[in-house]
Design a protein around this ligand. Sequence first.
Ligand code: PLP
Length: 412
Amino acid sequence: MRVPSAEIAGKKKGSGSNDVFEKCRTFTRPGDLQSAGLYMYFEVFGDRDGCEPGEVRLGGRRVLMFGSNDYLDLITHPQVKEAAAQAIRKYGSGCSGSRLLNGTLDLHVKLESELAAFVHKQAAIIFGTGFQANYATLSALTEKGDVMICDHNLHASLVEGALRSAARTVRFRHNDMEHLERCLENCPPEEKILVVSEGVFSMEGDIADLRGILKLAKPYGARVYVDEAHGIGVLGPTGAGAAEHLGVLDDIDIVMGTFSKSLASVGGFIAGEKAVIDYLKHTARPFVFSASLPAASVAAVATALKIMKKEPERQRRVLRIAGLLREELRNRGFSVLPGETAIVPVVIREELDLCRLCKSLLEQGIYINPVLRPAAAQNLLRISCTAAHTEKHVDRLVTTLEKVARALDIER
Ligand SMILES: Cc1ncc(COP(=O)(O)O)c(C=O)c1O
């Protein structure tokens, strides 16, 4: 039997090492980086009044933003903002209830059918965030006796969903079809299989071999789930993502998308067979037991989707800018990971160098996200391009990066 420790030690509650808060007080990593002047997180951005396209406000300064996933530059689009403002005027600021009960608006239902058509599926379901969409779906859809075969580099939301599920989870080496084949071969015949991948991998920006995955998975009766968070708006003839780009959209069983990147808002969705979506609507706990997305967010997504379809030049522009940036960086000797998406990751071997680099770039008025291991296999300066960027921005970024890397003596 456990005896109250305060009684034994004569100590006050909370002062002993058996306090659950103890680990928080000894958690020094952020503080260490702060003391070294290298802490890069929770920068506080202000409003964008007076900012040019591609810029944000940080501490009273205008800063060139190369870290945003607003790939189509729609967050500040007048029509998107007006749609959100109008929705607030008409519907109010929130729904105050779960979709299952009092929280379903006509706007939700309309957007769900538009999203389903957009990714060539029978039906769709909207979630409060992209994270929630992945977490809720993987955990609700699979059960004991199932197996999820997952690419090694999956986003945390997919990993958490897999961990929450009672299904067995197996990971195959990143985009390695031989390894995937071995994983499939090793599944007992009675196990039901779901293969999970991202269309465009969030950190490295590379595209999944979805044709290879489908070719291997289908003969085993496996279902294929693709997270298109970074593919939608950027790849494919209509911007539907990596699967459309590779000509296999109709063969993917479940498409996940988020509203927090190309679709200029917040939220996420899952699209697939109607029976699957109905099942999720009644069993996915983070959907059933959480309030629905506010009208303003839904209206912003619907308008962003409309603009995306009407203005395909935005997609062409972001890809052209990213291609130019890749080329210019390589010409200057930077180690850029191969890819053809809006994400341009530069390998910076040492963690400290990466932090110093980002800090110095910010001093020069350019914001870029540092990605430290283990969030990616290597430490990366993860540059993300948007349709707001111009050739001049690319030139400024490359020139500044070269100058700063040289001044800090960072190995390329
Ligand atoms: C691949 C991937 N999936 C899911 C998510 C989660 O999306 P959200 O930020 O909309 O919750 C992210 C977000 O970064 C992501 O990169």
